[in-house]
Write a protein that binds this ligand. Structure first.
Ligand SMILES: Cc1ncc(COP(=O)(O)O)c(C=O)c1O
Length: 507
């Protein structure tokens, strides 16, 4: 062996890999005994991790030991069966292993010739994912890192389609262009506004139209807004509909909105980052929105399909539109073309691209469509069970309901007398925020919240591949215990004589 600098030997890699796999195995075997998160101040955390830049290399055993002691306990365990926050995604084992192989191969899937099998697999999994969500398989598609950037890319392509090709060359600044408008609902994800900011369309030119009482953007509301703008000389660029809104899991009526868009020649982008894959669950197949009419679409395997972060499928059925916006080929990136070849660098601004398709391929092959359907359906049933318990409990209610396994619930005890409506609401807001705070601080589970017209609401997103009925039962027990304890404290503090929270415990 020469004394040239080198990496670990392959045998060393395998040895350390076994230690790491053992750590991961232990982690999953004991995951229910581990808190979802351990609260620790940012100052403390920084103090424990900030060390001198190492001058010489350290033993892997030491690095792994520090990772186990100083890092792993203080992440929020998104893979924990009691993680119900945000949209509860989870990384399945085939996905985790595929990430490792993808790093080992370190393919750059920018051009077909820079990663032929990676590019071919990307085409294959994009086709499979399109089948799963019901989108035309012949649409252009590309795997990107997340839904936010997919929406940015969609709006860039929509802007170019609305303004014509010269915007690529001349830009928009200093030109006599009309105001450009993007329409969405007041429930849309912040990524829509971020995209408008990034593209120079301006946050103010995102019209966040009022949604109906079910959180849906109505077609007549959209039609009216577009007509008003057209009369004022404003140019509509795109409509962004959401299937599975972040706050409450509402779904905009895609076919009806598509009709309005078609009437006015406006691009319809559908953000189905969360909602797209739930149609695979048999009980939701009929109620899921039909996505076929979307000009562009985003769905997130890393939200619902058990893929490790980051993988989003971004489609555009207006063939060639993404390339018209993003294709730019310098000499050093030229490549031979044929009908099968897709140079994925042409479909987004990203050049160097990891082999994202592998994890999706492994997951779909490991579970099959049926296996995915069973798992998604299981989450839907768990959410139904929880909604049932909430409905039976006199002090809790679900202010909104979703077809997806996202349960929004709120503790509203009647007990304390002599409160005005507004004080009662404030009290309920405070109680619910305290419940979220206490539950998350306990490490027993992790939930997030939203604020609706009804006030502060606890969000329970069920979708983790490990979450079982027993886990959701435990969550419900903890929520009701914490709620009653908090309520008793607040009744004492108010030194009122409460009619008292009713103690019918829901099992
Ligand atoms: C409806 C919706 N769209 C877009 C996003 C952004 O997704 P990403 O984190 O993949 O950028 C989210 C995130 O939760 C979301 O809920």
């Amino acid at each position: 062996m020469t004394d040239e600098p080198r990496d670990w030997l392959p045998a060393e890699f395998e040895e350390h890999g076994r230690e790491l796999l053992a750590t991961i195995r232990e982690h999953f075997e004991s995951i229910r005994d581990v808190p979802v998160t351990v609260p620790r101040s940012s100052a403390d955390l920084m103090a424990s991790l900030r060390t001198e830049l190492p001058e010489t290399g350290e033993d892997f055993a030491r690095i792994l030991g520090d990772t186990r002691e100083q890092v792993m306990p203080y992440v929020v365990h998104w893979n924990h069966p009691s993680f119900y926050g945000y949209f509860a995604n989870s990384a399945s084992f085939p996905g985790i292993l595929a990430e490792t192989l993808s790093a080992a191969l370190n393919v750059n899937a920018m051009l077909w010739k820079s990663g032929p099998a990676a590019s071919a697999l990307e085409r294959v999994v994009l086709g499979w994912l399109a089948q799963l969500v019901g989108y035309p398989e012949e649409a252009d598609g590309v795997l990107v890192n997340g839904a936010s950037l997919a929406t940015l890319y969609a709006l860039a392509a929509a802007r170019d389609a609305a303004l014509g090709d010269d915007v690529r060359v001349l830009g928009t600044a200093g030109r006599d262009l009309p105001v450009l408008r993007v329409y969405t609902s007041d429930q849309a994800h912040s990524s829509v506004e971020k995209a408008a900011i990034t593209l120079g369309l301006g946050q103010a030119n995102v019209l966040k139209l009022r949604s109906d009482e079910q959180g849906r953007l109505r077609a007549d509301t959209l039609d009216e807004a577009i007509r008003r703008d057209l009369a004022d000389g404003v140019k509509p660029v795109a409509v962004v509909a959401t299937v599975g809104t972040t706050s409450i899991g509402a779904a905009d009526p895609v076919p009806a909105l598509a009709e309005v868009c078609a009437r006015h020649g406006v691009w319809l982008h559908v953000d189905a980052a969360y909602g797209g894959f739930w149609r695979v669950a048999p009980s939701l197949a009929d109620s899921a929105e039909d996505l076929t009419a979307a000009d562009s679409l985003v769905v997130n395997p890393h939200k619902c399909l058990y893929a490790p972060m980051e993988v989003t499928a971004f489609y555009c059925r207006r063939r060639g539109a993404l390339a018209r916006t993003f294709r730019l080929v310098p000499e050093y990136l030229t490549s031979p073309q044929d009908d099968e070849i897709v140079d994925f660098m042409d479909l987004s601004p990203q050049l160097g691209r990891s082999f994202r398709a592998l994890k999706v391929w492994w997951i779909i092959r490991s579970f099959g469509r049926q296996g995915l359907a069973d798992r998604l359906e299981h989450s839907v049933r768990l959410a139904e069970w929880l909604r049932g318990e909430v409905a039976r409990h006199p002090d809790w209610r679900c202010p909104v309901t979703s077809i997806y396994p996202l349960v929004c619930l709120r503790f509203e005890p009647e007990g304390i007398r002599d409160l005005t409506e507004s004080d009662r609401r404030k009290l309920h807001d405070m109680l619910n925020a305290d419940i979220v705070g206490d539950l998350n601080a306990s490490g027993d589970a992790f939930v997030s919240h939203t604020v609706l017209d009804d006030g502060y609401v606890i969000r329970v997103s069920i979708g983790n591949i490990h979450t079982s009925r027993a886990d959701v039962e435990r969550l419900w027990r903890r929520l009701t215990e914490i709620a009653e304890r908090r309520y008793a404290q607040c009744a004492d503090a108010a030194s009122a004589s409460p009619a008292g929270p009713r103690h019918e415990t829901a099992s």
